[in-house]
Design a protein around this ligand. Structure first.
Ligand code: PAP
Length: 345
């Protein structure tokens, strides 16, 4: 067992009483927002409701979990107080969140932990998941223990629905996006893996229709991205806009950009001594996937390797029909009309 686990993972040392208290708190949150949620447009089959322009999960949507539900977002909007030093890693689902979490965590903690294995001082990312190192603020473990975040948090919440203090406190936000075709395919595989044998697999046709309509958790891919993109133009010192494809292609450059933005640029000495390269290696797809296969801490209900499928650019061509590609390209063109956004596929 890693010597860091007790400190980093909210699940590692949880007792039965703590688990019960956590559940009770979430039951209270769901109850508190019951009336507000029942007044929203809903799609019962997809377990979604529309809130502030985006479709979101609600209530007990997965194996009695309430993680990522609209109620948790409402609770954060009502009570979350951001600090100016906080850093938020924001994203649409399936756009590279796990990778960004690992990189940001490794950059921030680079003097604290060694990036190579070999002793008890090994890096947490060698033994636990990036999701255990950096919590999602809308997950129930975070809501029960916000101090756990330690200044670095992730979120899928749309920009316009973020708790107001995140904007007013002037803290920094890093957004990662990805080409929508690969996002759809990644999402489709994820849903089918998550549901496993408890239900019939979602057909690609159905996933495609829902994705185009924005009837997926966290709503329209395009609107989600536009919210953060526009914010990055208006407040470039506070919102950094990254692309998964750039991170794949120009990894070193993007990692340096990220370090600079979060306020701890690599020194000349670090650039020469291989520190950047070591962080990239630590967070490489194959390495993170290996850790996830060896150990699962994040949740008893989700097998960690569900976050690591192929990790490549352009895999969607192996699944989407020509017609699907044309429709997705058309939506992207219309939504991003006049804006300087393009994706390499
Ligand atoms: P989440 O929203 O559920 O947290 P997220 O991490 O954003 O998922 O996206 C998962 C995708 O990132 C997967 O893509 P794929 O389905 O096309 O393979 C996953 O493989 C990819 N991914 C995870 N870690 C890495 C990494 N270290 N390098 C590159 N891609 C990665």
């Amino acid at each position: 067992m890693s010597c860091h686990m007790a400190f980093y993972s909210p699940f590692a040392t949880i007792t039965k009483d703590e688990e019960n208290a956590r559940k009770a708190k979430m039951v209270a949150i769901i109850e508190r927002y019951k009336d507000k949620v029942s007044a929203l447009p809903t799609n019962a089959e997809l377990h979604l409701c529309k809130y502030e322009g985006f479709w979101l999960l609600h209530g007990y949507w997965f194996k009695s979990q309430t993680d990522f539900s609209v109620e948790s977002i409402m609770a954060l909007q009502d009570g979350f107080q951001a600090l100016p030093t906080d850093i938020f890693l924001a994203s649409n689902p399936k756009t590279g969140t796990t990778w960004l979490k690992a990189l940001a965590f490794a950059i921030l903690n680079r003097t604290k932990f060694k990036t190579e294995s070999g002793s008890c001082e090994t890096h947490p990312l060698l033994t636990i998941s990036p999701h255990d190192c950096v919590p999602f603020m809308e997950s129930d473990s975070f809501l029960n223990n916000p101090s756990y975040a330690n200044g670095l948090m992730a979120t899928h919440i749309p920009y316009t629905s973020l708790p107001k203090s995140i904007i007013s406190s002037e803290c920094r936000i890093v957004y990662i996006c990805r080409n929508p075709k690969d996002v759809l395919i990644s999402f489709w595989h994820f849903v089918n893996k998550l549901e496993g044998d408890v239900s019939t697999p979602t057909k690609l046709d159905d996933a495609f229709k829902c994705f185009c309509l924005g009837m997926v958790p966290y709503g329209s891919f395009w609107d989600h991205m536009l919210g953060y993109y526009k914010a990055s133009l208006e407040r470039p010192d506070k919102v950094l806009f990254l692309k998964y494809e750039d991170l794949k292609k120009y990894t070193e450059n993007e990692v340096k950009k990220l370090a600079k933005f979060i306020g701890i640029p690599f020194t000349e000495e670090e650039e020469c001594d291989g520190s950047v390269r070591k962080i990239i290696e630590l967070c490489r797809f194959e390495n993170l996937r290996k850790v996830s296969k060896d150990k699962t801490q994040m949740s008893k209900d989700i097998c960690e390797d569900v976050y690591f499928r192929k990790g490549i650019v352009g895999d969607s061509v192996n699944y989407l029909t020509t017609e699907m590609i044309q429709i997705l390209d058309k939506i992207t063109k219309e939504k991003f009309d006049g804006l300087n956004i393009s994706f390499e596929t």
